[in-house]
Design a protein around this ligand. Structure first.
Ligand code: TXA
Ligand code: MG
Length: 343
């Protein structure tokens, strides 16, 4: 496995690997992706194998120009209202952290979409992702570059720790800007639905195309519209418990003394941490982290996975985390925290 900084040369190398059916981990603005040629079923099979990903969980297809929609989707099947909405969204929110589920083009092999007649398509804004796709001369199917069910990688080192040795190349371009996966929006039905909250806030979508619904949590693969949306997902290895602001301020940590647990407290903002400090005597909390000192939701989102990765590597026995305010990107932050938590 090669681990290379992004340069013209490493990008060319990456594109050659994709063309030959290999696997390349690459940065996007959301999280690192594990890329393969979206039209090559053998390469796609290896993506599932390397991630330990169930075959019922479809991949996102990445393109580097709106016109490439024609090669990956079949827009003739889309009804005219939703077609208009698609171009409203593409014109305003692409490139960016939005994956749009559309009727799939027949050329996309069934393994990419887990046998579904639809495909989630995304035009990422990260320059490296765009260049890799263009140089490969194809569309790139890429799930997040982590073992199935675990935290998404927001740094090339996370990819190396999780999948290194099993893939052909990791392109390193430093930490991901957004740090949360894309929003997945289903445009194939009249009732337009967010299947996964993510880097594009619901409000930004609704400004353009009107109200959309949000998929409720689902237990298993049966009857799921977004088969990847299992309840338990995005999990740190350390058991995670989530609380709202009031609850976390009053979180007694005495249990930690008795059981010698090493607890990590993860606050949303600095003001809650200070409020907590006032209510608590010095306790044996091993780690105190804050997603954003000032309570800036973008900063909080970009820090979330990185801090959880860090805690996972710090011999902590329990994470107590504060939920974010439930609006804008806060919906996606809370979705990840709740899915990753102990039920
Ligand atoms: O930000 C992202 O979306 C990252 C980067 C690499 O682009 N990718 C990512 O992929 O998070 P992954 O495979 O970890 O998550 C893909 C999600 C899953 O929840 C999957 O079920 C859903 O997208 N999805 C993909 N194709 C779908 C389809 N045809 N219909 C419904 N949901 C689909
Ligand atoms: Mg994933």
């Amino acid at each position: 496995m090669n681990f290379l900084p992004v340069t013209d040369e490493s990008l060319k190398k990456g594109a050659e690997i994709i063309k030959k059916g290999g696997l390349v981990a690459f940065p996007t603005e959301t999280v690192y992706g594990l890329g393969a040629d979206a039209f090559n079923p053998q390469a796609l099979a290896r993506v599932f194998e390397v991630k330990g990903r169930p075959h019922f969980d479809p991949l996102i297809i990445h393109i580097a120009a709106v016109r490439a929609l024609e090669e990956t989707a079949d827009l003739s099947i889309l009804d005219s209202k939703n077609r208009k909405k698609l171009f409203m969204l593409a014109d305003n929110l692409w490139p960016g952290p939005l994956s749009i589920v559309l009727p799939k083009n027949k050329k996309i092999p069934g393994i990419a979409t887990a046998g579904l007649e639809t495909a989630a398509i995304r035009f990422p804004s990260h320059e490296t992702a765009q260049k890799l796709i263009s140089l490969s001369g194809t569309a790139i199917a890429a799930p997040s570059a982590n073992p199935f069910g675990s935290l998404s990688p927001t740094k090339a080192e996370h990819v190396r720790d999780g999948l290194g040795g099993k893939i052909d190349l990791i392109l390193d371009s430093g930490p991901s800007q957004i740090g949360l996966e894309s929003t997945v929006l289903d445009l194939t039905c009249e009732n337009i639905k967010i299947l996964r909250s993510g880097g594009t806030p619901r409000e930004d979508i609704e400004k353009l195309i009107g109200a959309v619904s949000v998929e409720k949590e689902s237990e298993d693969e049966h009857g799921l519209s977004s088969p990847g949306q299992l309840k338990k997902h995005y999990s740190p290895k350390t058991p995670l418990f989530v609380f709202n602001r009031e609850e976390i301020i009053n979180q007694p940590a005495e249990a930690s003394c008795a059981t010698r647990e090493r607890i990590a407290l993860l606050f949303f903002d600095g003001s809650t941490r200070e409020a907590w400090r006032k209510t608590q005597k010095p306790l044996k909390i091993a780690v105190i982290k804050v997603l954003s000192e000032t309570g800036d939701i973008k900063e909080a989102a970009s820090n979330l996975f990185e801090i959880l990765h860090e805690i996972d590597n710090s011999n902590i026995s329990k994470i107590i985390a504060q939920l974010a305010p439930q609006s804008g990107l806060g919906e996606a932050v809370n979705d990840r925290l709740i899915r990753g938590s102990v039920k």
